[in-house]
Design a binder for this molecule. Sequence first.
Ligand SMILES: Nc1ncnc2c1ncn2[C@@H]1O[C@H](COP(=O)(O)OP(=O)(O)OP(=O)(O)O)[C@@H](O)[C@H]1O
Length: 795
Amino acid sequence: MYSSIIFLERSRIFQNNVHHSLTFLRHMGGGPRTFPGGLNKWQWKRLHEKQAREKEKRLLDQEKQLYQARVRSEIRSKIATPDSSKHEQNTNSPNYKPLSPKEHIKALADRFMKEGAEDLWNEADGPIHSPSPQEIARIESTHNPINLRRVVSDQNRVASNQVSEVSSGFSNNQLKPRNYSSFVNLGNQNGLLKARHYSVRTSRFTYRKNDSSSSEDDDTDEDEAFLMTKRKGEDLRGSRLSLIGSSDAEGSGDDDEGKGNGKKMMMSSAALGKYDIKKTKRIPLKFLEEEDDLSLHVQAIRNEFHKRRMAEKDIGVGDDDSILSPKRFDECNVSPLTIKALTLAGYVQMTKVQDATISACLEGKDALVKAKTGTGKSAAFLLPAIETVLKASASNERKRVPPICVLIVCPTRELASQIAAEANVLLKYHEGIGVQTLVGGTRFKVDQKRLETEPCHIIIATPGRLLDHIENKSGFSARLMGLKMLILDEADHLLDLGFRKDMEKIVDCLPRQRQSLLFSATLPKEVRRVSQLVLKRDHEYINTVGLGPETHDKVNQSYMIAPHEQHFQIVHHLLKQHIAQTPNYKVIVFCTTAMMTSLMFSLFREMKLNVREIHSRKPQLYRSRVSEEFKEAKQLILITSDVSARGMNYPDVSLVIQVGVPVDREQYINRLGRTGREGKGGEGILLIAPWEQYFLDEVKDLPLLESSSPHLDPDMKVKIEKSMEKVDPSVKEAAYHAWLGYYNSVRETGRDKTTLVELGKGFSNSIGLQKVPALFRKTALKMGLKDIPGIRVRK
Ligand SMILES: Nc1ncnc2c1ncn2[C@@H]1O[C@H](COP(=O)(O)OP(=O)(O)OP(=O)(O)O)[C@@H](O)[C@H]1O
């Protein structure tokens, strides 16, 4: 059908051209030697050529205008029409295939039979892109339509200011855009072309021309008028192209709309053929050229549309407390087997972050996603990951060793296991898709054997072990060459200085043709910048946190300031109090380092509290066992270091206590995020020493309330001291070293070494050490503490 349209079109233009050429030759041959206006034959020839060029340009301009009008009316009608089902049906139909920019430009080039017609369609016209049904639905859901009229009139104001310098004879209103009513999609044959009916309303233009006192209210009314026109346009389905207004008569003769799309294209051309005359009647061309109104308007609408989308993503979908979106999983484009697994796992509705990201991820775009802790980011990236595997598996069926399709990198071993477990839940009904983890603390050889013998489409890895495999096993690197998707969970942490080098090396070994998704609850500015290492330039930034705090409203946050030596007793007091008030208590206490964690655990175990510990100094098997236990547990206290700060999904944690300053604001937020998950309530307490107060500045925008230090029972103080005496001295010494190392590395405290060593001495005393433990010479040198008074160096 498309080729027959082009053929008819070409033959029509060919006939015209032949006719023109013959006339011209007649003129050049035996015709008169002088031409009207006293022009000689060359001047006459050049005049004709110029006119022909101008006409072609006008035709193309007109085509552009109609196209832009279609985009505008499509956006306009979809924004404001609550009943969009007709459009949805069209665009969702299996035959629906919008013209790509290239196809559209080629169609134009063909139409005008002119090589290089693409050049006339310049960059400023932007990509030819109609909003997808998802975009339209998203806009509708805001109930806050863009005031297109205002955008256009704002744009006009700018344009008219420019034009008024050229012409004082035209008012601003004359430069307001003509209203173009909606197009009607008549379906699509062979998926190549959609015949469209355009209805161009010029009467409104005339009205505005006369009404110099148009107001914002007027604008709104006009939007409604547009909608009505749109509906009319739909009712006119199948009617001929008509230019309503002064000059639609030229379309006559093409009113045989029932004869198929090819005929309609002819009609459209015929109508356009005369359009330059009509346009001249309404606005002199020279002003049109200076004004270039439609492209400016369309650009302005696009900009506004884009801004709204971004703002919408910023505030999240809706602003109520619930983390769930109204959209269900079965409404998004994922495999029915995955939906079945989701239903079995109790996931029916998407969370807001899932709603905001899944469609973009499924479209194959790179994305940087920021969403609060515990709002379902894992499923938001796992679902697109599974779809990617399904798509790739079809083409990899015959390969002996199938490539690894998806690589998920996360900072801790526990998190890798947790993501793998969730992936397996979602893959329950997808047989043959393998998920493997590559994490430290396990035997390298075991990993290797597993990789060779078991299916592995998705790898979930921590950076160190992953790099080991990449650098030491060429077979592994080769399998990564088929990678389709890279996901970084806790992306800000992975791109932080600690991991960045490893991440750079890893990314260097991955194919460039891949989709990359970065997820995090916190994204400091510098990390956003570094994210360019991984993401394509045109990636989507999806922020469901918005401009408010990155923490949950339902989590009460407070801070307490007390001397270091009181910290153990205060934590004990807080735990006891919480246990008394919360029958199903589940508490996480974060300490600054692994050895501090070990010390606090040892002390509270001595004091018969129901405690467990997780930190990097524990064997992996132990860590995994405790992690699983804490997931299932009620009435348990987990003393931990930052290995549990990010991503770990321990359900129903009722209280998070942070003892000592966290490394940064992001770590504070992520630690706090272990409570108040899935939209539930929770409580967070930060306990710091007076000299750690500088940290409060970093979190001053978060709703942290000061809480006074509790009254401490002197008897309890004695009990704690007694329990502390029973703790292994080596644990205490290691805790002191770790304490010194940690605060030495904190920028704010590490600068003044003398004060730091003084404070360290106080800490050493508070944990019952008679003498400040000595440092290895090498360590003291490295820390810059060797000659600081109060530091003991081992002989
Ligand atoms: N659509 C859903 N419906 C119900 N529960 C869900 C849904 N999506 C995720 N969850 C649950 O929400 C909890 C938190 O999910 P997840 O661990 O993915 O959060 P997160 O945003 O990655 O958190 P963090 O920032 O701490 O890593 C999990 O228990 C998960 O099972």
